[in-house]
Design a protein around this ligand. Structure first.
Ligand code: TRP
Length: 349
């Protein structure tokens, strides 16, 4: 059996893979940050030129753990859409759509739900971790426990074969492929394609506090919409090597948050290599390395911020993008639903 994931290589997105359908999504619960960019957004911007790509604003999934706060989710649909457009997702190339406006998805979910056991859902490692971190204990919303099934509906409804996501999503892909196999066995033909996660080669970006990965809930994120002052403060806060007390001393690169960011964002890897050599040999102060990172991040985020301001000042444009994308997505997803229902022999009345 093929692995459920591949690492992204820039040249994967050429000829042989060009027919692959790409789908990915985000829960609109807050603004996107640099971790999203490194983990997935950058891959999406690359893939849109060569692949048939859909991006889902997963508001229905966001409600599975924000059921008491739909306002927050709805507000963030617009914010995340602006982040997408600001980063270079081009609506001419990528279909951006809103999950809750695609009724075929919950219909497919209902059909798939009967092919998955509660025990299997409870074994999903990402679900387990999320139940723990959200403090649900025994009070798990039913919709939350079942969201991997809904995610399988998302992926299969678009007939997606490539799913650029963070590594926490690999269990969702595994579970999707189990459902795909069960459906195909049930209907006796290869109706649904299996899919693979596409993981970023760089891996996870640490939070600005260096404690674990960047995440909104941990409060260690730098948003794509950050102001110059926020960027500057974030770099000031970052840890380097805590034992590097004097510039003359040799410093450690491993676990050094500032170098992790330079690796991810500096457009000149050779210059970073020289800095690293100098830093590990001794004689290079933290302030010099931080200065470079500050320049790199300011230069990286400035055009994104400018584009975001442009886009967000024209809500009519953003709404049109979502309306057109969602309409196109409705056609694709309802066609898959019809095929599944027909293959299962359900009545067409
Ligand atoms: N679960 C994903 C996340 O939390 C969001 C998501 C919803 C998604 N539907 C999807 C990702 C379909 C990929 C494909 O980030």
């Amino acid at each position: 059996m093929k692995a459920d994931y591949i690492l992204f290589e820039p040249d994967v997105s050429t000829a042989a893979d060009a027919r692959l359908v790409v789908l990915t999504g985000d829960r609109p619960t807050g603004p996107l940050h640099l971790g999203h960019y490194i983990g997935s957004l950058r891959n999406r911007v690359d893939l849109q030129d060569t692949h048939d790509q859909y991006v889902l604003l997963a508001d229905a999934q966001a409600l599975t753990d924000n059921g008491d706060n739909p306002d927050k989710v709805v507000r963030n649909i617009f914010e995340v859409a602006c982040d997408y457009l600001a980063c270079g997702l081009d609506p001419e190339k990528t279909t951006i759509c809103v999950q809750s406006c695609l009724p075929a998805l919950p219909e497919l979910t209902t059909l798939y739900m009967n092919l998955v056991t509660v025990a299997r859902l409870e074994r999903n490692p990402t679900i387990k971790e999320e139940i723990r971190s959200r403090g649900f204990e025994r009070d798990i919303p039913a919709g939350f426990l079942c969201y991997p099934v809904a995610q399988a509906a998302d992926i299969t409804a678009f007939r997606a074969t490539l799913v650029p996501v963070g590594d926490d999503q690999v269990p969702m892909i595994e579970q999707t492929n189990e459902i795909v196999r069960r459906v195909n066995r049930l209907v006796g033909i290869d109706l649904l394609p299996s899919c693979r996660a596409m993981l970023s080669k760089v891996g996870r970006l640490p939070g600005i506090d260096g404690a674990g990965k960047m995440s909104k809930s941990a409060g260690n994120a730098l948003n794509l919409s950050a102001t110059p002052v926020e960027i500057s403060n974030a770099v000031k806060m970052m840890y380097t090597d805590k034992d590097h007390l004097r510039a003359a001393d040799p410093g450690k690169i491993e676990g050094n948050v500032v170098f992790a960011y330079l690796d991810a964002f500096d457009p000149e890897p050779d210059a970073v290599r020289t800095l690293k050599e100098h830093y590990s040999a001794g004689g290079l102060g933290d302030s010099v390395v931080k200065k470079r990172l500050e320049t790199v991040l300011q230069e990286f985020l400035a055009p994104i911020r400018t584009r975001r301001l442009q886009v967000s000042s024209d809500p009519g444009y953003v709404r049109d993008v979502l309306r057109q994308g969602t309409e196109a997505a409705r056609a694709v997803t309802s066609s898959t639903l019809a095929q599944v229902k027909r293959a299962m022999g359900l009545p067409e009345i």
